[in-house]
Design a protein around this ligand. Structure first.
Ligand code: GP9
Ligand code: MN
Length: 637
């Protein structure tokens, strides 16, 4: 009797499809809410808003369809929970990074430990509401067990049908999205844009496909693939400033990376107090670059290191430090090593963070002084770890023992999100903008400046000073787009795309014998550091695969390309398809930026082909062939 009723209800298609519709609609609403209200995806018009509302649908059909196909009702429940957790993980990640997770980033779990102090900042009590539907479903299915649900038995072929419907839905989504941006999937530098157009779950599917392609690239790469990059670099080559060549010959180099330090803090104040009083004076003693940009992406500090040491771009997905630590490189430490230099890294964090211990070997460093080499105690630590002042003093002691000449990279840590400090290290009051993050950032910046002062003053007293070039630069932004409004309050202007782009400038200061004090406004980026340093040292750097140019060169190409395919040239700033006059910030005719965007795309593509294909392993071979060709050419002449 019971079985009979059950099968009868089971056969009630209306009831069943109503439940399907309800499940899909609830998940759709949730995803719509997250994409529209938690992510900040820059929806610019009604068409985009409609695409954003529509785009969850195909992924929901695919996800639930596959769940049902594989395991019927249980499969549906499992994929519902999986989908909800996936959305929530994206919410957390987005709050921290303003970006979406990529597969290579999943390999970076080692870094999550370091997130400890930030995680409480990104959780919100109201997040529980994002799981109300899941709790309700579990409660209904396992406790209330209404007969209507007991008899809801999805058939596998129905799952198949749902999954197949996902295909036209996705194609419709894509065609619609392409009305806003053509070749969306081919020109996908910006994950925020991708998610805006195809939705966060489809984005993950896309990312998986991309990962497969990436793996293939390396497997099937061959030496010919290096040729386009070599040709391009040859055509775009400019000569370094010959007057600066070798002014610092045989000197030590300290590359000092300041955590999360942006140019807007220089010569600026809060509540009448200077944020970087020491740096403001120090910059008068060397060459200070005020149009210098960071170029990092998901690999953050590690990307800045990658760019510094290779003069190649970091990757758009993941951190090359993790994903391509097995590649062959011909980086600064190796080239300097051939010229008698010792190369070291000093950073008082876990040595495996950003996979540094592995990558530093690949880059050719002789020694890495990490957390275990410092006197890290609880009293001397806070937040992310060892406070900068102690890091600096221990590092100076170590440096005095190094064999000279040396190339030593130092990386500070205290001025890191969430920007917290012990009470007695807060030298100024918090800011009073609407962002706690920005308000605290002012204090940690001020602290870092004090630590810098102690370091540089001690360094000036040491024997090292006369024999060393000090290169101080910011690694990347500290205040993300999420705090645009507060930045606007602080800077007293509306932070539009242009201003947001300009906020990506980081300070660069070079001090040393032969470097004339100057405020230099050339447009450049971290990619230019290596050729600039090499020219000062007068070292013959014969690795032709470098995208940067000497910052002191008179005929350098003034061009800085970001990992998003945006750029700043001497005249324009091109951001997300819009074009601005670089100096005035006025929006100009889009066509003015077309050549810049094209060049950015080409250059990033070439740099990527090298990293993804591990093409530097063919460098010697390719150069030999080129030399032979040149020789034959000359003989024929
Ligand atoms: C960690 C430090 C900070 O060791 O370099 O890393 P970040 O989060 O800025 O990339
Ligand atoms: Mn950093």
């Amino acid at each position: 009797m019971f079985t009979k009723t059950k099968s009868k209800k089971n056969n009630n298609p209306l009831n069943k499809w109503l439940i399907y519709a309800a499940v899909i609609a609830i998940f759709w609403l949730k995803m719509y809410f997250i994409q529209g209200s938690i992510f900040t995806l820059d929806v610019e018009n009604a068409n985009e808003a409609a695409i954003l509302a529509f785009n969850p649908l195909s992924s929901i059909f695919l996800l639930f369809g596959l769940g049902i196909l594989l395991a019927g009702r249980k499969g549906l429940l499992a994929t519902y929970i999986f989908g909800s957790v996936l959305l929530y993980v994206n919410v957390l990640f987005y709050r921290e990074y303003n970006d979406f997770i990529t597969i290579p980033m999943l390999g970076q779990v080692a870094n999550l430990a370091g997130l400890g102090s930030s995680i409480t900042n990104i959780l919100s009590l109201t997040d529980v509401f994002l799981f109300v539907d899941v709790f309700a479903a579990v409660f209904l299915l396992f406790y209330l067990k209404p007969t209507r649900f007991q008899s809801f038995m999805p058939k596998r072929r129905e799952g198949f049908v749902l999954a197949v419907i996902a295909i036209p839905l996705f194609l419709a989504n894509l065609a619609w999205a392409e009305t806003e941006r053509t070749d969306l999937l081919e020109r996908a530098f910006d994950r925020n844009m991708l998610v805006k157009y195809i939705g966060v779950i489809n984005y993950h599917v896309y990312d998986i496909v991309l990962q497969g392609q990436t793996e293939m690239k390396k497997t099937f790469a061959d030496s010919n693939e290096l040729v386009p990059a070599l040709n391009y670099l040859n055509e775009n080559k400019t000569e370094p400033n010959s007057e600066m060549t070798g002014v610092a010959e045989g000197k030590n180099v300290i590359a000092l990376s300041l955590e999360s330090t942006q140019t807007f803090v220089v010569d600026n104040e809060v509540n009448g107090e200077e944020l970087t009083p020491y740096f403001n004076d120090l910059k008068e003693e060397g060459a200070y670059f005020n149009n210098f940009y960071h170029q990092v992406k998901q690999g953050r500090t590690s990307d800045s290191e990658f760019i510094l040491d290779n003069s190649m771009y970091g990757l758009n997905r993941g951190a090359a430090f993790f994903t391509h630590s097995g590649n062959e490189y011909e980086a600064t430490p190796e080239v300097l090593g051939e010229n008698g230099y010792t190369s070291t890294n000093m950073h008082a964090n876990d040595k495996s963070f950003w996979n540094r211990n592995v990558m530093y070997d690949s880059l050719g460093y002789d020694e890495f002084y990490s957390k275990e080499d410092y006197d890290v105690t609880e009293e001397k630590s806070y937040g992310w770890g060892y406070l900068d002042e102690y890091f600096f003093s221990d590092s100076l002691d170590k440096m005095e023992e190094l064999e000279q000449p040396f190339y030593n990279k130092m990386i500070t840590l205290t001025n890191h999100h969430p920007f917290t400090l012990p009470e007695d290290k807060k030298y100024i009051e918090e800011g009073d903008t609407s962002s706690g993050t920005l308000n605290r950032f002012f204090q940690t910046i001020r602290y870092q400046d004090e630590a810098l002062k102690q370091f540089v003053e001690d360094f000036k007293e040491s024997d090292l000073y006369d024999d060393t070039v000090l290169v101080i630069y910011g690694d990347h932004f500290g205040i993300s787009e999420n705090h645009q409004q507060a930045m606007g309050e602080y800077l007293d202007k509306d932070i539009n795309e242009y201003e947001q782009f300009q906020l990506q400038r980081v300070p660069l200061l070079m001090i040393g014998e032969g470097i004339e004090p100057q405020e230099n406004d050339t447009v450049g980026g971290q990619i230019d550091l290596r050729p600039t340093i090499m020219n000062l040292l007068g070292v013959e750097d014969d690795n032709p695969v470098q995208f940067g140019q000497d910052l002191f060169s008179e005929d350098r190409r003034e061009m800085m390309i970001t990992r998003d395919g945006d750029f700043a040239s001497d005249e324009y700033v091109g951001v997300k398809g819009s074009c601005f006059d670089r100096e005035t910030g006025e929006e100009v005719e889009g066509s003015a930026c077309e050549p810049g965007f094209e060049q950015a795309e080409e250059e990033l593509g070439l740099s990527d082909s090298i990293v993804y294909g591990d093409l530097l392993r063919y460098l010697d071979e390719t150069e030999m062939i080129e030399e032979e060709m040149n020789e034959t050419g000359q003989q024929e002449d």
